[in-house]
Design a protein around this ligand. Sequence first.
Ligand code: NAD
Length: 481
Amino acid sequence: MAQNIPVAEIRRIIENIIKGMDVGRTPDYTPQEYKGRKLIGIFSDMNEAIDAAEKGYRAVRDMTVEQREKIISEIRRLILAEADNMAELGVFETGMGKVEHKRLKHILVAEKTPGTEDITSVAKTGDNGLTLIEMAPFGVVGAITPSTNPSETVLCNSIGMIAAGNGVVFNPHPNAICTSNYAVDLVNRASAAAGGPEVLVCSMVKPTMESAAIMQSHPKIKLLVCTGGPGVVKAVLSSGKKAIGAGAGNPPVIVDDTADIRKAGKDIIDGCTFDNNLPCIAEKEVFAFRSIADELISEMQRNGAYLITREQAERLIPVVLKEKTDKSGKTVKTVSRDCVGRDADVLLSKIGINVGKEIRCIICETEFEHDFVQHELMMPILPIVRVDNIEEAIDLAVKAEHGNRHTAHMHSKNIDNLSAFARAVETTIFVKNAPSYAGIGFGGEGHTTFTIAGPTGEGITSAKSFTRQRRCVMADSFRII
Ligand code: NAD
C-alpha cells in the first residue's frame, strides 16, 4: 500500500511527527489544559461562562482607564513572548497555515491593535450649554471566532473589547478550540498579573451550535461579534440583537498594462501564500491584461508559483471542492476542509505532481466561470483570467467578488483605472500595488484587525466599534466663554 502514498504526503507526515517530538507537544494540550496547567476562564456550560464574563465586565467597569490600559499592555507583552508557541499550536491543531506567518500575525496583533486611545469623547458647546458624548461599553460581548486565524482573532477582539470596557464570552471554532482557549487563558493571565480580575474573558470546553444559540439569545449578552463564513454571519444577524458581522470574501486582483509587472508578480504570490491563503483578505483570483499576462505568469513562477495545465486544474477541482446537497435539494460545492490552508506541494501531490517546499503557490489559467474563480478556496491556488481591457477586468472582478464588499486589489500606475475599480467594487479594503496584508497594517499604514466587518459597516474594527454612544446634557451652563 505504501507505494500509493505520494512522496510529498509522506514528507508532510514525517515533518509533523518530528515537529511534535521537537516541541514535546503531541497530546499534552486539551481545550482545558496546556502542559498540565489548567487554562483559566474555560467553562462546560455557556450560561456559567456568560455569568463569569459578566463578573469580569463588572470588574472592568470599576477600573480606571489607566488600569485597563495596564491589562492591555500585559496582553501585548504576553502575545510577543508566546507568539511562537501559539503559531505552532495553531498549525498543529488545525493542520492549516504556516508557523512563521502565524507568528508574524500574532506580532501584528500585539503591536497594531488599538487600545483605550481609540475611544474618544466629544464635547459640544453653544448658547444652550454643554453636551458631552461618551463612548460606553455594551456590557458582555458574545464573540464567535473562526478556525483560520483562531488565537489572532481571540486576542485582537479581546484587546479592543476590553479597551472599550466590555466583558467577553467566546464560542470559538471547534476545530481550533485548544488554540483559541490558550489565547483566552493568556488574556486572563495578563489580567491577573496587571491587577485585574482572574477571569476577564471566557470560553467553552466544547463549543457547539447549541452553545452559540444560547449565547445569541441570552439576555446578558448585549452585543454579538461574529467572524466567520456566510452561514454563521447570517445566523448572528438574525438574532434580534445588535450584531457586528465579519463575513466571507473572495478578493479579486486586477493587473493592468501600466503595472510594474515584476513587483506585481512577487506581491501577488507573497499575499496569496501568506499563511497558505487563510486570511479572508488574501488574493483569490487574478484578472490580467492579455498584453502582460505571460510576463506576469513568469514573474509568479520566479517567485515560487507552479503553473498547472487546464487538464490538471480540472483534476484538482474534485479534490478541493466537495459536492453536497443543500437544504433545498440543490447540489452545491463546498471547500474540502482537508485542503483549506494546506501547503501547495501537498495539494499538488493529491493529483500526482511531486514538487518540493520551494513551491508555495499553484497557478493556472482559467475562464471566469471556473470553480477556482467562483469559490473562496482559502488555499494557495490562484486562477488567472486574461482580459482585453479595464472595462472587462472591472466587470469580471466585481462579479467574482460576489457582492461581499470585503477586499479587492489592483496593480497599476493608471490613476483612472485604479479609481474606476475602487469605485465599482465598493469593498471595505482596497489595496493598490502591494500584497494583500498591507490592507491590515502589515507593510501598510493603519491599525490591524482580524475582524473586518463589511456587512454591518464597522469596517476595520477596533475598540470604538465595540462601544455605544451616550449623551449627557448640561443646559445653559458649563460654557466657559
Ligand atoms: P466558519 O464559518 O466555518 O465558522 C465560524 C464559527 O461559526 C465556528 O465557530 C462555527 O462552529 C460557527 N458556526 C457556524 N455556523 C454557525 C451557526 N449557524 N450558528 C452559530 N455558529 C455557527 O469559519 P471558518 O471556516 O473557520 O472561517 C472561514 C470563513 O470566515 C471564510 O469565509 C472567511 O472569509 C471568513 N472570515 C472572515 C473574516 C473577516 O474579518 N471578515 C475573518 C476571518 C474569516
